[in-house]
Design a protein around this ligand. Structure first.
Ligand code: NAD
Ligand code: WQD
Length: 349
């Protein structure tokens, strides 16, 4: 019989791609999302890809009453927990917003799961928990003792709470540490809807190419790397979404309490390489200038993803050119539908 998965934050960037992959695999999906960084129309867009309706509860995971009503009504076998705020800079300005939504939200969700005897949980963590490692590739055994932002703290604390519940309360947890998710579904029906001016490189590039931003500033070219710019492990969001399906399969059959996986391609690319690849993908010349270093940026980091490849039987299919092509196709689709600035423009309250 098909298992039913509750996906928190399932209308967001990574969540929506994961709902597609779950529906295309052997899972029933229920989404809970408060639309704080997404729009309801994403359900129709998912359906246009999979041909299946999306069962949506518009609710906040911090709202115990709504969440327990959902668990009372539905038979849930497992949960993938995406719902969180994710802007590193904002978390420095407003840490309590992050502690409240990300940490309280996780606790609230787990309390209700516990109450309703649901024990399988896949959690969205981040390579930010590694901080500035000074060397790469980084494997899951690298110590994660000090976060480099309040956002990072929320991921570390949530990882720790999940580990506790796995050790002492019968939970089965899979912690996924994403590197840099980019790109969009090849159909260009779903993708990232950045709020306002994007912090992240790829949405900034595509918005610049689309004429929404004047030019890209490369944050420093005096790092100790081949071309002087930072190196990151960019991973296509569809590959990332597929890893969630594999992680669920794994969580349902694993004997141990929890497992941690890095999700990256295992390859590092510099900022200038990303720009060049985008130019190749789009056939455009991207206006950019070299600026100062951005405070808090790590010089270079990429994943040792061999554990995920071996245990989850997962291999990323998309390369950097595919990532740029799909990101650009999505930006063009957004422009066509008049939704190219931000998710909030179309947000329901
Ligand atoms: P996103 O903002 O696109 O999606 C998050 C979704 O959760 C949104 O639809 C939002 O409306 C919803 N949400 C937020 N708080 C909620 C709440 N309290 N109740 C119900 N719904 C809520 O973000 P994303 O890029 O898809 O990221 C998903 C997860 O992956 C997050 O936990 C994020 O921290 C983590 N992550 C993201 C990245 C990245 O670069 N995108 C990297 C590493 C980890
Ligand atoms: C990538 C590279 C910038 C914008 C962040 C979070 C991390 C994770 C992923 C959630 C860096 C450079 C960027 C620009 C630039 N998210 N850049 N000009 O910083 O690796 O990671 O997103 O968990 O926690 O910190 O990603 O896309 O912001 O930057 O030169 O306008 O692009 O300096 O080297 P980052 P990013």
């Amino acid at each position: 019989m098909k298992k039913t998965i509750l996906v928190t934050g399932g209308l967001g960037y990574i969540g929506s791609h994961t709902v597609v992959e779950l529906q295309e695999s052997n899972y029933n999906v229920i989404v809970v999302d408060n639309l704080s960084n997404s729009i309801r129309e994403v359900t129709e867009r998912i359906t246009s890809i999979t041909g299946q309706p999306v069962k949506l509860y518009i609710a906040d995971i911090n709202d115990d009453l709504s969440l327990s009503a959902l668990f009372k009504k539905e038979v849930i076998d497992g949960v993938i927990h995406f719902a969180a705020h994710k802007a590193v800079g904002e978390s420095v300005q407003n840490p309590f917003k992050y502690y409240r939504n990300n940490i309280d939200g996780m606790i609230s969700l787990q309390r209700i799961m516990h109450q309703f005897h649901v024990r399988t949980l896949v959690f969205s963590s981040s390579c930010t928990v590694y901080g500035d490692t000074g060397h790469s590739p980084i494997s899951e055994t690298h110590p994660v003792t000090e976060a480099i932002s309040p956002y990072g703290t929320t991921k570390l604390v949530c990882e720790q709470i999940l580990k506790d519940l796995c050790r002492y309360s019968g939970f089965k947890g899979v912690i996924l540490r994403y590197f840099n998710p980019v790109g969009a579904h090849p159909s260009a029906s779903i993708g990232e809807l950045p709020l306002g001016v994007p912090d992240n490189l790829v949405p900034f590039i595509t918005q610049t190419a689309a004429g929404i931003r004047e030019k890209l500033t490369v944050f420093g070219n005096d790092y100790n790397t081949a071309d002087g710019t930072n190196i990151r492990d960019y991973i296509h969001v569809v590959d990332l979404a597929r890893a969630h399906v594999k992680s669920l399969d794994y969580a349902f059959r694993m004997n141990q309490d929890y497992e941690i996986f890095n999700l990256g391609t295992g390859k590092g690319h510099s900022v200038l390489e990303v720009i060049k690849t985008f130019e190749q993908a789009s056939g455009m010349v991207l206006p950019y200038v070299i600026g100062a270093r951005r405070t808090g940026d790590v010089e270079q980091i990429w994943a040792d993803a061999t554990k995920a490849v071996q245990l989850l039987k997962w291999t990323p299919q998309y390369n950097l050119l595919d990532m740029m092509k799909t990101a650009w196709k999505w930006q063009l689709a957004l422009a066509e539908s008049g939704k190219n600035e931000s998710a909030t423009e179309n947000q329901e309250t």
